[in-house]
Design a protein around this ligand. Structure first.
Ligand SMILES: [Zn+2]
Length: 339
């Protein structure tokens, strides 16, 4: 291992976005002076009458959820994007805007209100993966949908108001910022090298084995070299696939296993239901050649040292670049220890 990366301040390049993160590993050696507060865990019940995602309950718009088991998908009652919105553009000097349309859905991961992905079996998570695949395939048939973002916000600290296990799918007519950056980087690498950027990165990581947390026959879970969040991780498929549409049942189960392993490790790390935002970045659905895309799932958790000490993206990070103290290698080691 290159020890300079553990001893001296430096910056690392995110090859997928072409953005830098400042790393200050020398600061992580300071003794922690704060308090590790005790967490009071309240056991939630499997069904909550006041939850608008629980089976059989009425939602705010008056619709009643079916008496579902496992996974349930519905159109978001308060969607951020309108499906049949007016099409318009604003080109007024330096004032530029354009209309954006889309379809937003909610995916309940389980009928059990008290559970999170970390509490589900790999077989149960496989059902969630099947639902993501089905929604992706259906939404991409829509001519006005050119990108499909699958994500989850977990925990009150991430601004998620409902503890019922659920994620969302926002599909829209153009590429969002993060996806546009990754599209550009992967395309230029693919044109130049005729290979997948992330596939080549993964080969290097598998040789070095400094940031790998877990692997099975089809997937690797690792802390990316350029991680911004203290315990940020990625799930990368070993084979070059642009999106999740063509995963077979076995691959869907291995993907589910990877999700299960990392979410369980997160919960063990600080003995808490670990908050995070996770999302799948995959090829646009714009009918262009997107062979340069190598899909992947990222987890961005905000916790730093304990269940209550959270990293804030403030100050220098708002005005300069993201910054971290604990190195990606140290984070990977901590996660490996709790597997
Ligand atoms: Zn619920």
């Amino acid at each position: 291992m290159n020890t300079d990366l553990q001893d001296y301040s430096h910056k690392r390049l995110n090859i997928l976005t072409n953005e830098w993160v400042l790393v200050s590993p020398h600061r992580a050696k300071r003794p922690w002076q704060g308090q590790n507060e005790e967490i009071i865990k309240v056991k939630a019940s499997a069904h909550d009458l006041s939850c608008y995602l629980c089976a059989g309950n009425k939602r705010i718009n008056g619709e009643q959820n079916p008496d579902y088991k496992n996974v349930f998908v519905f159109i978001n009652d308060f969607a951020a994007l309108q499906k049949d919105s007016k099409s318009f553009e604003v080109n007024d000097g330096l004032l530029t805007a354009q209309s954006e349309t889309g379809i937003c859905k909610v995916v309940c991961f389980s009928h059990d209100h008290s559970k999170s992905l970390a509490d589900l079996t790999a077989e149960e998570i496989q059902k969630v993966v099947f639902a993501w695949q089905k929604e992706f395939k259906e939404l991409r048939e829509n001519d006005t949908i050119n990108y499909i973002q699958i994500f989850e916000n977990k925990g009150a600290v991430m601004g998620c108001s409902n503890p019922h296990p659920h994620g969302q799918i926002w599909s829209q007519s153009t590429l969002p910022n993060e996806v546009a950056k990754k599209d550009k980087q992967q395309q230029s690498y693919f044109l130049k090298n005729k290979t997948s950027l992330l596939g080549d990165y993964l080969s290097q990581e598998l040789k070095k084995r400094e940031r790998i947390i877990f692997e099975n026959d089809a997937f690797v879970v690792l802390v990316p070299f350029w991680a911004v969040w203290p315990f940020e991780t990625m799930i990368i498929p070993k084979t070059h696939q642009p999106n999740i549409a063509d995963l077979n049942a076995k691959e869907a189960l291995l993907f589910a296993e990877a999700i299960s392993v990392i979410t369980k490790a997160y919960d063990k790390l600080f003995n808490t239901s670990f908050p995070y935002s996770s999302g799948i970045h995959q090829s646009p659905t714009n009918n262009k050649n997107n062979n340069h895309w190598h899909w992947h799932m990222s987890f961005y958790p905000p916790l730093l040292r304990s269940a209550t000490v959270k990293k804030f993206m403030v100050g220098y990070e708002m005005f300069g670049s993201p910054q971290r103290d604990i190195s990606a290698e140290q984070a990977a080691e901590s996660l490996r220890k709790v597997l």
